[in-house]
Design a protein around this ligand. Structure first.
Ligand code: SF4
Ligand code: FES
Length: 250
């Protein structure tokens, strides 16, 4: 395949950026999107040009590092109906000769560091504000020693699959990080170990979310539609219910 790319290049956080065009040849349809960028970067390096900076780690859809906006969609649109991460998006999802726009996440709370790399430490600070338990659980307990109803254990597990990629923020017209925050709150609120701080947690995490400059949720749903882990919108309902209850539990 031959792919024509238009990539956001920005030398650093202080400089202005712009779209730059590249032609990538010998792309295999079995390459991931990141492998296609690797191919381009090898070519740029051989020519003595600055390679494109992009984030990645696991390349298996589990670390949440790799998100970029591809043709206007967070993580791009794969041929599969299930959303996926950029590292799991394959070039067979594009036509030979296609022109593809590649940009970093666009959100005030995720400033661009360089090219396609953004600063997502705002998510870390939301976790630091309450996304933990203080129970001393000791060493790994026997699997069934802390009884949790199956439905709630499943709900906690599903919420815990959030990988912190930030696609929900990039897709939201409000730049809201509420789906991420709600996934973390739901994960802990469903389990016995999460109960001691359940209501102080929701207050401090939502306060930190707002302090970081993320927008408010207005139930648009773009976040859940692009989420590679299919975190459901009803986690935000859970967050809102717990936040309301927390007002009476000071
Ligand atoms: S909720 Fe989904 S889109 Fe948002 S950070 Fe978690 S995994 Fe990524
Ligand atoms: S590189 Fe880890 S999720 Fe894509």
């Amino acid at each position: 395949m031959i792919i024509n790319l238009r990539v956001w290049r920005q030398p650093n956080a202080q400089s202005a950026g712009k779209m730059v065009s590249y032609r990538v040849e010998d792309v295999s349809e079995d390459m991931s999107f990141l492998e296609m960028l690797d191919l381009l970067n090898e070519d740029l390096t051989v020519k003595g040009e600055e390679p494109i900076a992009f984030d990645h780690d696991c390349r298996e859809g589990i670390c949440g590092m790799c998100g970029v906006v591809i043709n206007g969609a967070a993580h791009g649109r794969s041929a599969s109906p299930v959303p996926t991460t950029t590292c799991q998006l394959h070039m067979r999802s594009f036509a030979d000769g296609a022109t593809i726009d590649v940009e970093p996440w666009r959100a005030g709370a995720f400033p661009v560091i360089k090219d396609l790399v953004v600063d997502r430490t705002a998510f870390d600070r939301i976790i630091q504000a309450g996304g933990f338990i203080s129970v001393n659980a000791g060493s790994a307990p026997e699997a069934h020693s802390v009884p949790a109803p199956k439905a709630e254990a499943d709900r906690a597990f599903d919420a815990a699959t959030c990988i912190g990629c930030g696609a929900c923020v990039a897709a939201c017209p409000n730049g809201s990080g509420m789906l991420f925050t709600a996934a973390k709150i739901t994960h802990l609120a469903m389990l016995p170990q999460g109960q001691p701080e359940r209501y102080s947690r929701v207050r401090t995490m939502v306060a930190q979310h707002d302090e970081e400059g993320f927008g408010g949720c207005t139930n648009i749903g773009e976040c859940s539609a692009v989420c590679p882990k299919q975190i459901p919108l009803d986690t935000i309902s859970q967050l809102n219910r717990d936040l309301m209850k927390s007002l009476f539990k000071r």
